[in-house]
Design a protein around this ligand. Structure first.
Ligand SMILES: NC(=O)c1ccc[n+]([C@@H]2O[C@H](COP(=O)([O-])OP(=O)(O)OC[C@H]3O[C@@H](n4cnc5c(N)ncnc54)[C@H](OP(=O)(O)O)[C@@H]3O)[C@@H](O)[C@H]2O)c1
Length: 202
């Protein structure tokens, strides 16, 4: 039986490249994304299920995991890839942006993992791959929020590794450096000019 991977944030960048790589290697791919109706490339490939999954929307997480298992029989690997970077001085960010950054990169990753764990435990097998960043090991100015999330991904992954090892479930971390994706264009939330000017005026 072919193995199956579920990927979050498969609409672009690392997520989409991983979906294509696994598909060419004969895997079944559950390519999840916020707006599947916009996807035109992955839809043309065999053995790919495209589902709507927004990591900040619990029902979409549950529905994608259920649909994936129904379609392919089992899931072997979860790639928690979805994420974005909020950059700017902490004081200049509204709480809404701060919550959104942690809800996406940390809570969303935890909720997706939690949704798939009963399946992995029942199978006594499964691998969770969390996309962290070099920014989960070191920090740069104005990156309080983004680095905060990626340091969290590092810590929670390491602790979860101990928790899941007895059940045959593995947890891995990937720490990309600078990868040429559209992250800086589509997934960068720099604090807006007006708020920044107000902040700089003191
Ligand atoms: N590129 C780099 O240099 C680099 C370095 C270190 C770490 N990383 C990490 O690599 C991962 C992928 O980034 P990338 O470089 O491939 O950039 P990207 O092409 O912009 O991909 C980010 C993906 O996350 C998705 N996403 C954002 N919010 C989401 C949500 N609430 N629910 C579901 N999906 C959501 C985006 O979906 P939409 O299309 O809907 O926006 C997009 O598919 C991120 O976790 C990032 O932090 C990237």
């Amino acid at each position: 039986m072919n193995r199956t991977i579920l990927i979050t944030g498969a609409s672009s960048g690392i997520g989409k490249a991983t979906a294509k790589l696994f598909q060419t290697k004969g895997w079944n791919v559950i390519a999840t994304m916020r707006t599947p109706e916009k996807e035109a490339e992955l839809t043309r490939l065999d053995n790919i299920l495209i589902t709507r999954l927004d990591v900040t929307d619990s029902s979409s997480i549950e529905a994608s995991v259920t649909e994936g298992i129904e379609k392919f029989g089992r899931i072997d690997v979860l790639l928690n890839n979805a994420g974005y970077g909020a950059y700017g001085p902490l004081e200049a960010f509204p709480m809404e942006n701060i919550r959104r950054q942690f809800n996406t990169n940390v809570i969303g990753l935890l909720e997706t993992t939690k949704a798939i764990l009963p399946h992995f435990r029942a199978n006594k097998a499964g691998t969770i791959v969390n996309i962290s960043s070099i920014g989960g090991q070191m920090t740069f100015p104005l990156g309080t929020l983004y680095h905060g999330t990626k340091f969290a991904v590092e810590g929670l992954s390491e602790a979860l590794h101990y928790e899941l090892e007895p059940f045959g479930v593995k947890v891995k971390i990937v720490e990309p450096g600078m990868i040429r994706t559209d992250f800086g264009g589509r997934s960068f939330d720099f604090v807006n000019d007006e708020t920044l000017e107000e902040y700089l005026r003191g």
